[in-house]
Design a protein around this ligand. Structure first.
Ligand code: HEM
Length: 464
């Protein structure tokens, strides 16, 4: 655990009585998978989610063995809140993206599935791994055992759930009687976006998308395994992609906390998640959506392969011209400070920041016209080894969170980045497209958070 979290955790020892009691409540509510199918389960009373809270592990669950050493603190994101965790919560170091196909055919099947997914998410996000009561040998063990038998010591797990358009309509059929309630901009990810190589892709779409993220791949794997165990016969995985990131500790406000595999700082000009007005304007859905879909968000998930060997043979100024920023500092070309804003109006021909550079294409800074297109980026990196040619099979797991996916992500992609005549005649597509191509992903709608113990994700959609 990073030093900062440990300090926060120690401080919280004196303050977190309510959380600790709540954690204990969850522990005593641990139950068998068969029983979980009947009930969504008990949960901690958590504050509206924003940042992780720290609770002492020793009080979060009964310990199977006595120990005199102080127990490590567990850092948790509250499950309950206005919005689901995993959108504006600080991104942890590892992700497991999972797309599921729903096997059930009746509305009740979907209700039961969402109740189980909610119950498992609620319990695992509370740091529990299912060891509270005695085992019954007629059933599989409570705990898969892959994380041992302590509460989760690598914290900050969140499981964010999104809905694909195929859950509402598939091949023209209203699968669960939900077609009329579909979010206004939800549809399958378009197959005609310039530069994409989706033909034959097995990594596309899905009825349900899970962004399982925590500070360790094993925790993510545990969560996925637990979900599969508890939803047997109800879902089938369509595609799964692990990813990772490393964050710098000592950054100033506004500076990026990470770098991508192309070597550039990632996150410099991202939206400020602490700016509630900005989030309300650009990320969270509002009155334009059906009532059940308000307070949610859309996410464009794009699995983007990077042609790293080609990129690594470019000289430094070619790389910097392609992105539009200085590689070491992250500053916009022509500037020395990472947080300084570009001034494209003073550089109309792109002599300083090329017109086809990534940042100028992604956000041309045209005032309100392009400000309203911005999105919250929450990306991870991936490394799938090598392909059949021996080339690195690695890249970027892009996630763009938008209040309206067509007006933001898709508009930017089609009308700015891939438009050969933007911002000027014959500019060409963005230069970066020579080194990247999208191989999969999907569009998903992320419902609002679960606000009370007896509620489950998307219940207002499913129960009316
Ligand atoms: C492999 C793919 C990608 C790479 C390597 C990449 C890399 C970068 C880098 C290095 C920056 C500058 C630092 C920062 O502000 O975070 C940036 C900014 C940005 N990227 Fe990407 N990006 C990728 C894909 C995308 C996609 C698919 C979109 C959305 C359509 C996107 C939208 C943006 C936006 C909006 C900015 C901020 C521009 C600004 O406001 O100045 N990026 N990206």
């Amino acid at each position: 655990m990073p030093e900062i979290s440990r300090r926060a955790a120690l401080k919280a020892l004196g303050l977190a009585t309510a959380s600790a009691v709540a954690g204990g409540a969850v522990a005593t509510a641990a139950f068998h998978s068969q029983e979980q199918a009947q009930a969504p389960g008990a949960s901690p009373t958590a504050p509206a989610q924003a940042t992780a809270t720290a609770v002492p592990a020793a009080t979060a669950t009964p310990q199977p063995t006595a120990t005199t050493a102080p127990a490590p603190a567990v850092e948790l994101f509250p499950f309950e809140g206005i919005h689901q965790a995993g959108v504006i919560t600080d991104p942890p170091q590892a992700v497991l993206m999972v797309a599921l196909q729903v096997l059930g055919e009746k509305p009740d099947d979907l209700v039961k599935l969402m109740q189980i997914l909610t119950a498992r998410t609620r319990e695992m996000m509370a740091g529990q791994i299912g060891v509270a009561s005695a085992e019954d040998e007629r059933f599989p063990p409570h705990n898969t055992g892959d994380l041992g038998y302590d509460p989760l010591t690598e914290g900050r797990l969140s499981i964010m759930l999104g809905l694909g358009s195929s859950l509402f309509t598939l091949d023209g059929k209203d699968r669960f009687g939900l077609a009329s309630k579909k979010p206004i901009a939800l549809k399958p990810m378009p197959r005609d976006l310039v530069g994409d190589r989706l033909a034959g892709s097995t990594m596309l779409d899905g009825d349900i998308f899970l962004q399982i993220s925590s500070d360790h791949p094993l925790v993510n794997m545990h969560a996925f395994r637990d979900i599969l165990k508890n939803t047997k016969g109800m879902v089938s995985p369509v595609w799964v992609q692990p990813g990772f990131q490393r964050y710098f500790q000592n950054t100033q406000p506004g500076e990026a906390k990470a770098r991508g595999l192309l070597g550039f700082k990632d996150g410099t000009a991202n939206l400020d998640t602490k700016d509630a007005d900005l989030m309300a304007k650009l990320v969270w859905t509002g009155s334009e959506e059906p009532t059940w879909a308000q307070g949610g968000t859309y996410v464009a998930v794009r699995i983007i392969r990077e042609q790293i060997e080609r990129w690594d043979r470019l000289n430094l100024s070619q790389q910097e011209a392609s992105i539009g920023r200085v590689k070491t500092t992250g500053a916009v070309l022509g500037n020395t400070t990472e947080t300084a804003l570009p001034s494209y109006a003073d550089d109309p021909d792109g002599k300083i920041v090329p017109l086809n550079s990534h940042i100028r294409k992604a956000n041309p800074r045209l005032g309100e016209e392009s400000d309203k297109r911005r999105m919250l980026r929450r990306g991870f990196l991936y490394d799938n080894g090598i392909d059949k040619s021996g080339l690195l099979d690695a890249g970027f797991l892009f996630q763009g969170f938008c209040r309206n996916i067509e007006e933001q992500f898709e508009f930017v992609k089609r009308n700015y980045m891939s438009n050969r005549h933007f911002p000027k005649q014959n500019t060409g597509v963005q230069d970066l497209d020579e080194y990247i191509f999208c191989i999969g992903g999907g569009y998903f709608f992320v419902p609002a958070g679960v606000k009370k113990e007896d509620r489950f994700v998307a219940d207002t959609l499913l129960l009316g």
